[in-house]
Design a protein around this ligand. Structure first.
Ligand SMILES: Nc1nc2c(c(=O)[nH]1)N[C@H]1C(S)=C(S)[C@@H](COP(=O)(O)O)O[C@H]1N2
Ligand SMILES: [Mo]
Length: 249
């Protein structure tokens, strides 16, 4: 016997804010969701498929609600969380050590300027700073200060096809992530090389991370080695294990 109350509770969790606002509470019945997803529930596997399609529906609602001009809150220097927490799918002793001198950022996919970028070249790009809140789904949040280059500028500079759907990232550990193009072009999305005025230390993602105050922590890839632009859904380390892909905050 399938426990429909539990399944509905899981579906409600998948539709966590802000998507819930758009649906309105009345539509959140199991029958309504089944109709929207075109699923029927007969066994555990179909429940899994159902919950994943609720999550994909949530992605679409979040993408639709996303306002490319609305800015996330910013904070003052005095509000910085010290020390800023470290997090990864492994412990701090296993943080990858990327060699600075040999480092080359690779670009692939729908990009016309497909050349590698060294760190000195990247550090010479226009600089911008932000003090914003990082929110991790594991139940903590922290205010940090990141410096780097506006990602939209960089995408234009490398001749990225900004009409494509996704920007994907490959990392020096086994992490990988992808984001929607409107978020990639958001004015606060930063290709960050610094933490609190200094070179990004290994634990926070040396040599670079993508910092997006409009997205949850797990969407912000550290130790980026390759950036690609694509129309094929690339998934992500946590979303491929059931977390919501859009991951707005
Ligand atoms: N390469 C890589 N990026 C990653 C992760 C990871 O394990 N590897 N963890 C993510 C998660 S869940 C969080 S909360 C933040 C933590 O970043 P911090 O160490 O700067 O706090 O990094 C994100 N980016
Ligand atoms: Mo996280």
């Amino acid at each position: 016997m399938l426990d429909t109350a539990t399944i509905l509770a899981d579906a409600r969790r998948e539709l966590a804010l802000p998507a819930r606002r758009a649906f309105g509470k009345r539509m959140l019945t199991l029958g309504g969701l089944l109709m929207l997803t075109g699923c029927s529930l007969s066994d555990d596997k179909s429940v899994d498929t159902f919950l994943r399609s609720v999550s994909r529906m949530n992605d679409r609602v979040q993408a639709w609600l996303f306002d490319p001009h609305r800015l996330a809150p910013t904070y003052s220097e005095a509000e910085l969380t010290r020390p800023f927490p470290f997090n990864a799918y492994y412990g701090i002793e296993d943080v990858p050590e990327v060699d600075a001198s040999g480092y080359e950022l690779k670009l692939s996919g729908l990009v016309t300027g497909k050349r590698v970028w060294t760190l000195p070249e990247l550090y010479a790009l226009p600089h911008s700073e932000q003090i914003t809140r990082h929110i991790c789904v594991e139940g903590w949040s922290a205010i940090g200060r990141w410096g780097g280059t506006p990602f939209a500028d960089f995408l234009h500079r490398i001749g990225a096809d900004t009409s494509a759907r996704y920007v994907g990232f490959k990392c020096a550990d086994d992490y990988y992530e992808s984001i929607d193009m409107p978020t990639a072009l958001h004015p606060q999305t930063l290709l960050a090389f610094q933490y609190d005025g200094k070179t990004l230390p290994p634990k926070y993602g040396f040599p670079m991370k993508l910092r997006m105050p409009t997205k949850l922590g797990y969407k912000n890839p550290k130790h980026i080695m390759e950036i690609f632009v694509t129309n094929t859904y690339p998934g992500g380390y946590w979303s491929d294990q059931g977390y919501n892909w859009f991951g707005g905050s």
